[in-house]
Design a protein around this ligand. Structure first.
Ligand SMILES: [Zn+2]
Ligand SMILES: [Zn+2]
Length: 343
């Protein structure tokens, strides 16, 4: 089969490799849709010791497809089932798993391989993070389950409730998915981005007002004037830039919650106004990855079309063009790209 194989930072090779065999308890699926992700762009540049502990490995982590083979003793799925798979599976035994926070699992098993014609999914993944999908859900939309699950976790961590005002920093695909997830919970959303075609495209999605951040001299003051002068109940960072984290902290309203969603470069830190943090009881919460429950919830929301993220796909390519697609993402010239490995 053809696959985009990651050999190390900056080294992605389009290769012919054997179709994998299913492990006992595992399965092999034909990948019908894979999506590019900002994480791929960063991982390709600098590697990712957590998500990719061993190389070489087939690259890519957002996918939907059809089961083509199951291993001995595999339960719950059979050949021909349409599925989405998350890119990780928790151990369900450590204190985080037992305590209901499996996204923090001390032994999270990551699986890569969306950018290949087939992918092997190990037993632990099949047990907890492979979800069957119905015939009405296109693979390209189903593949949003993983990033949408991350956004659902962010909105949950933010305690978003109907009627709240939620300010989201970042107008990339995850900023938009956070906006969709917050709206689904009945919140009003403001997206803060940077002027350009992407912001115009996001504005066209009708998620809420889209603001050109750099054009506003004092973002914190601007935000805290919103919602009748109370400021947003929740702010979220989806940029992974420390200076934007600070804007999210400074811009949240009294008693508000800041969701630190975008991962920043290692070694960076941010400034917190101690007076506001104390007297205004600010809550700062991290939001990392997803849980099996959120993956299932994401599939439900996609199947029912309550969340319809198709507008975030700006183009479609075959397996051979993955590198070009990731380069376009890096330059901010596309939103997500749909990769069709069968093309
Ligand atoms: Zn992703
Ligand atoms: Zn665990």
């Amino acid at each position: 089969m053809r696959a985009q194989v990651f050999h190390g930072p900056g080294d992605l090779r389009f290769e012919e490799i054997p179709i994998p065999d299913p492990e006992p308890g595992g399965l092999v699926a034909r990948v019908d849709a894979a999506l590019t992700c900002g994480t791929d762009v960063r991982t390709l540049r600098r590697g990712h010791p957590v998500m990719i502990p061993h190389v070489p490995t087939v690259f890519g982590h957002e996918l939907a497809g059809v089961v083509t083979a199951v291993g001995r003793g595999t339960r719950g799925v059979k050949e021909g089932d349409r599925i989405v798979s998350a890119n990780s599976a928790p151990c369900s035994a450590c204190r985080f798993c037992v305590g209901g926070r499996p996204n923090l699992c001390a032994d999270l098993l990551f699986v890569n391989g969306a950018y290949g014609e087939h992918i092997a999914l190990p037993p632990r993944l099949v047990q907890c993070n492979v979800v069957p999908i119905g015939p009405g859900l296109p693979a390209a939309i189903a593949a949003f389950a993983e990033p949408l699950a991350c956004a659902l976790l962010g909105v949950e961590r933010g305690g978003v409730e109907p009627g709240m005002t939620v300010a989201i920093f970042g107008h990339g695909p995850l900023g938009c998915l956070l906006a969709m997830a917050a709206r689904q919970r009945g919140a009003q959303v403001i997206i803060i981005g940077k002027a350009g075609w992407r912001l115009e495209q996001v504005r066209g999605m009708g998620l809420g007002p889209c603001v050109d951040g750099p054009a506003i001299p004092d973002m914190a003051q601007h935000l805290r004037g919103l919602a009748d002068g109370g400021g947003p109940e929740v702010t979220m960072d989806a940029t992974g830039r420390p200076e934007v984290w600070e804007q999210a902290i400074d811009g949240v309203g009294r008693g508000g919650t800041v969701v630190l969603f975008g991962g920043c470069a290692p070694g960076t830190s941010v400034r917190v106004d101690t007076r506001r943090a104390h007297y205004e009881e600010l809550t700062l919460v991290g939001a990392f990855h997803h849980t099996p429950a959120m993956i299932r919830r994401a599939v439900e929301l996609l199947e029912s079309k309550v969340i319809a993220p198709g507008a975030l796909l700006s183009r479609q390519v075959g397996l051979g063009q993955v590198q070009e697609a990731l380069a376009l993402m890096q330059r901010g010239e596309t939103m997500k790209v749909l990769v069709d490995p069968q093309r």
